[in-house]
Design a protein around this ligand. Structure first.
Ligand code: ADP
Ligand code: MG
Length: 592
């Protein structure tokens, strides 16, 4: 509906009587810039990556259509796919090199590409050097050439609304949740099967495609291209727009583009008068503006104008609440191993951090259908053991067999695929995402839709299946009422329970829980214990790290006790409780 209104506005606004042509042209530039900035919202605001090369991706789009139309006489509409392909391919190639590396490689790589592109087009005759390429034909619609900026503004506006629509579609999808988990939730996302490099690539290429579209629009508006608008300076301007508008908000891209273009335009007239000399003095003002915004409104202006979350709740409750009552069919469950069969066998597991032996030659076994408690004082190596079992960290030595297959050294995605779900001692939810979306991230491997299906909204059936499953798991842990709240607003204890629901959404064979009862009230602990017993009765196997001895003693079938990285004892709770070494370790490390 909002998008329909948007399209309608694009058709009407340019024709408002008395609208000065100057404003029409400026609005056109704002629209084009907003499309580029929207790409940065996905890339930077949502995905947490920085690009100093968006103007270059625009350049790929603009020069592609400029060359094809002027040298080869290709019709402008036919060059659109080529322009998108050029920008997308450039991003894919650059991304393949720099996205696997962390840190500053992406900003530096995009920066280098931008400098290189401008250098190439400004120095090769084929690209017209600094004079650029002139005589680009206008777009035509139904045989009418759009030489006037009014109808062209309609085209730009429609492209912007379409870009907003596609961005909504992408972010509200299985691929989108993977992208939204990149900033901060990377380890957890990987533990549920998200391929991080792929999610980064999707965001990067998507942003480049939007920039390519913007470049194509720009070329046919200007009817000529020169290197300057695709340089490093404009690239930084687009980042500025996104940050000032609100880098995590699609609406912020539009707002930021409008604010920056408008001020840019005014300052170019005003500053030379004030200062008495020609020059790009507006840069100084923008620098000051950026500092101000980062100080006063680090999230940008948009969230202060529009009181609303970064993304609307994607699935209004009724659509996923109807599981079983004509709702989507439930996901097929995984085959559970027979109770008592050997499930997890750990031997000689060792992990050194420099001189510290965090895990020292640990060995134990877990049979299907039992609850095993892994206990020990702080720093004993329990969480490290979990990380070694789930591929988050690699052991220096040792073997892990899961359902008979070698496990150690597998990446977290492969561990998840084999049916190991986990929670984290330090809660790793995506705070801005709703509770149910976080849980749906746990179903990542049970869906298949990729970004293309998401963009075209062909993923709705699968999405409602995934959300129905997520809703089922939330109900199972007793948090159905919290489904639509941003996960970061829950009390920490409840966030741990959301993590359990997310792990259950994987349909795990083995559940690894790292201090699930920490921060829970007594009644909540009892409810959790009841839930874990119920899960065991249903055939689930649970390995549990817990500090609350009352909780773990009453729950676990067997205990494994660690201290300073080594195994102190193993056996039924009643026996371990009387073990002298265990008592000494506990009294020594944590006097009660
Ligand atoms: P537990 O979960 O039993 O409290 P951990 O497994 O978190 O203990 O930590 C075991 C030991 O390993 C601690 O001394 C901790 O400081 C150390 N350790 C854990 N992770 C790292 C790391 N990434 N780098 C260096 N030391 C670490
Ligand atoms: Mg720990």
């Amino acid at each position: 509906m909002r998008f329909l209104l948007g399209f309608a506005a694009c058709a009407v606004v340019p024709w408002i009587p008395g609208l000065p042509p100057f404003w029409v042209t400026l609005a056109g530039y704002v629209g084009i810039a907003a499309i580029v900035a929207l790409g940065l919202v996905v890339l930077t605001g949502v995905g947490g990556m920085t690009s100093f090369g968006q103007a270059a991706f625009m350049g790929f789009g603009a020069y592609t259509t400029a060359l094809l139309t002027t040298r080869f006489g290709v019709s402008p509409w036919l060059t659109l796919p080529a322009a998108l392909l050029a920008a997308g391919l450039a991003a894919a190639l650059l991304g393949a090199v720099v996205l696997r590396l962390s840190g500053h490689y992406l900003p530096l790589g995009t920066l280098a590409m931008n400098v290189a592109l401008v250098y190439v087009v400004a120095n090769l005759d084929g690209f017209g050097r600094n004079d650029g390429i002139n005589g680009i034909p206008p777009l035509s619609v139904f045989g009418v050439a759009l030489t006037d900026n009014r109808p062209y503004l309609t085209v730009i506006g429609a492209a912007l609304v379409l870009a907003l629509l596609l961005t909504r579609n992408l972010l509200d999808s299985r691929s989108g949740r993977a992208i939204r988990a990149l900033r901060g939730g990377r380890i957890a996302a990987a533990a549920f099967g998200v391929r991080i490099a792929e999610a980064r690539m999707v965001a990067f290429v998507y942003a480049a495609l939007l920039a390519g579209l913007a470049g194509w629009l720009y070329a046919h508006m200007q009817r000529s291209v020169t290197p300057a608008p695709f340089g490093l300076g404009p690239s930084i301007d687009y980042l500025l727009m996104a940050v000032i508008g609100g880098v995590a908000y699609p609406g912020g891209a539009v707002l930021g583009a409008a604010v920056v273009e408008l001020i840019h335009d005014r300052l170019q007239d005003l500053l030379p008068l004030l200062i008495g000399a020609q020059g790009n003095f507006e840069t100084i003002v923008f620098g000051a503006m950026l500092l101000l915004v980062l100080q006063l409104a680090p999230e940008g202006i948009w969230p202060h104008l529009v009181r609303r979350r970064a993304f609307p709740p994607p699935h209004p409750s009724p659509s996923w609440g109807g599981a079983g009552r004509g709702g989507p069919p439930p996901l097929p469950p995984r085959a559970m191993p027979e109770r008592g069969a050997p499930l997890l066998e750990v031997s000689g597991l060792t992990r050194r951090f420099g001189g510290l032996l965090a895990v020292n030659d640990i060995g134990f076994a877990v049979a299907a259908g039992e609850i095993v408690g892994l206990i020990g004082p702080n720093g004993a190596g329990k969480s490290t053991t979990f990380n070694l079992l789930t591929g988050v960290d690699r052991p220096n030595a040792g073997a892990v067999r899961f359902q008979g297959a070698q496990f150690a050294g597998l990446p977290p995605q492969a561990v998840a695929r084999r049916g190991v779900g986990r929670t984290f001692q330090h809660v790793k939810l995506v705070p801005a995402m709703s509770v149910i979306e976080n849980v749906a991230l746990g179903c990542h491997l049970r869906g298949h839709a990729g970004p293309l299906r998401a963009l075209l909204r062909r993923d709705r059936a699968e999405e409602s299946t995934l959300f129905a499953e997520a809703a089922r798991q939330l109900a199972r842990v007793g948090l159905a009422d919290e489904a639509d709240r941003p996960a970061g607003t829950l009390a920490l204890g409840r966030q741990r329970i959301v993590e359990i629901a997310r792990a259950l959404a994987l349909d795990p064979v083995l559940l690894l829980l790292d201090e699930p009862a920490a921060g829970l009230r007594h009644a909540e602990k009892q409810a959790l214990a009841a839930l874990l017993r119920r899960l065991r009765d249903e055939g689930m196997t649970i390995l549990l790290v817990e500090h609350d001895m009352g909780f773990v003693m009453g729950l676990a079938d067997r205990l494994v006790v660690m201290n300073f990285g080594t195994k102190l004892a193993e056996g039924p709770a009643a026996e371990v409780r009387r073990d002298k070494a265990v008592i000494a370790a506990y009294l020594g490390a944590a006097p009660a």
